[in-house]
Write a protein that binds this ligand. Structure first.
Ligand code: SF4
Length: 232
């Protein structure tokens, strides 16, 4: 079995609840979405990947191992497109597994056998230039409920832009609070878009987003820390 992979590297997790943890990242190419803020141009398109076998990926992971390793992060692009490949790799290694997903392929997510952490994006309508948002949102909710019903450690990441409107943000959070089962247990990370300089003088905006989420969920504001350190 082979899958298209852009890169495999060791670094620290720069986003979300595992921030600062050492991970080995396996970055697949190919994505089923077309977000207008995407900063993963290289991994978004399947043709940018090298076809690697399961054994080649495992060898590279073992070569990159370090004593501070927390977990292996399968990312992209959209990693769950390659759920069978991930299952094969994770069945042959004894490390914790994280999946960084857009959450829009619940049938694939359901087929992942071994998962320790999931970072699941919740997209906003403004992230798309077409009318695809409703389907995307429905699938994200489906994936979220599915993962929570399996007691998997999942958190949501919500990227906000300086142009994000408070009202439309609040509408999505209210819908989320109604549709997510066990919503009290869900943690939401508000991630201000990079570069962080764009947020100069917009702190009150960020606090407002946090207050809205805080009505229903656990919330944190965490920017992309690896960009401050100038690492991948
Ligand atoms: S889901 Fe992620 S990789 Fe895919 S287009 Fe959106 S931001 Fe880019």
């Amino acid at each position: 079995m082979k899958a298209p992979i852009y890169e495999i590297f060791s670094s620290i997790q720069g986003e979300g609840l595992l921030i600062g943890k050492r991970q080995i990242f396996v970055r697949f190419t190919g994505c089923n979405l077309d977000c207008n803020y995407c900063d993963s141009e290289k991994s978004r398109f399947v043709e940018n990947g090298y076809l690697l076998t399961v054994d080649e990926v495992i060898k590279k992971i073992k070569d990159l191992y370090s004593d501070d390793l927390d977990s292996i992060s399968f990312t992209g692009g959209e990693p769950t497109i390659y759920f069978d490949f991930i299952n094969e790799v994770s069945s042959k290694i004894d490390y914790k597994i994280m999946i960084e997903t857009n959450g829009t392929l619940p049938e694939n997510i359901d087929k992942l056998n071994k998962i320790d952490y999931v970072s699941l994006d919740i997209k906003l309508p403004e992230h798309f230039n077409d009318s695809s948002f409703e389907d995307i949102f429905r699938n994200e909710i489906k994936s979220l409920n599915l993962l929570m019903s399996r007691s998997i450690n999942v958190y949501c990441k919500l990227v906000v832009l300086p142009s994000t409107k408070i009202n439309s943000f609040e509408t999505i959070i209210k819908r989320l609070s109604k549709d997510v089962l066990n919503n009290k247990e869900l943690q939401i990370i508000i991630q201000p878009s990079s570069p962080i300089n764009d947020w100069k003088n917009l702190n009150s905006h960020l606090f407002r987003f946090s207050e809205i989420v805080g009505k229903y969920f656990e919330v944190s504001i965490i920017p992309q820390v690896h960009k401050f350190l100038n690492i991948e």
